[in-house]
Design a protein around this ligand. Structure first.
Ligand SMILES: [Zn+2]
Length: 160
């Protein structure tokens, strides 16, 4: 097979055995960079606001998914929010079994229009219910690396 061959029928595709010396670099993008830098340096969670749609994206986006407006307005949302859903997860992002199941939830932070998915900690499944208030537990400032894991987990607040 030549290096560049055009096929017209999918059944003509053939595997190419061997290693490809390809590396890739994933970047967080402009909005993601701002989100993780603010989380790491200030311990705050930001979103991007579309005034036209009256909608706040967390994590922030460069463009509104509803009206395609460029979003350059950043807002700080709360570290507290409402638990909108939760479940057990048994595998990690690579599909490997976790040593023990974790509870994750969809959290609508105060001031945000979207849900953020994250771990729930300091609780058992039976302690949780949809609509309860949860708060972010951040790593100490010196331990933060600019990752979503700078938020250790969310836990229930005293008020329900
Ligand atoms: Zn919009």
């Amino acid at each position: 097979m030549a290096f560049k061959t055009r096929i017209t029928k999918p059944a003509e595709a053939k595997p190419w055995y061997g290693d490809l010396p390809v590396e890739s670099l994933y970047t967080m993008g402009i909005a993601g960079e701002k989100f993780f830098r603010t989380l790491k340096d200030k311990g705050k969670i930001i979103g991007s606001r579309c005034d036209k749609c009256d909608y706040v994206y967390v994590p922030p986006k460069m463009y509104c998914e509803r009206c395609f407006e460029k979003l350059d307005k950043t807002v700080i949302v709360g570290l507290v929010g409402t638990l909108n859903s939760f479940t057990y997860v048994y595998i990690d992002v690579d599909g490997n079994p976790l040593p023990k199941p974790e509870i994750v939830g969809l959290i609508n932070l105060d001031g945000a229009s979207t849900n953020l998915m994250h771990r729930l900690g300091e609780c058992k499944m039976d302690d949780l219910c949809i609509g309860m208030r949860v708060e972010a537990v951040l790593k100490p400032a010196k331990q933060r690396t600019g990752s979503i894991n700078d938020i250790k987990y969310f836990r229930t607040t005293k008020k329900k």
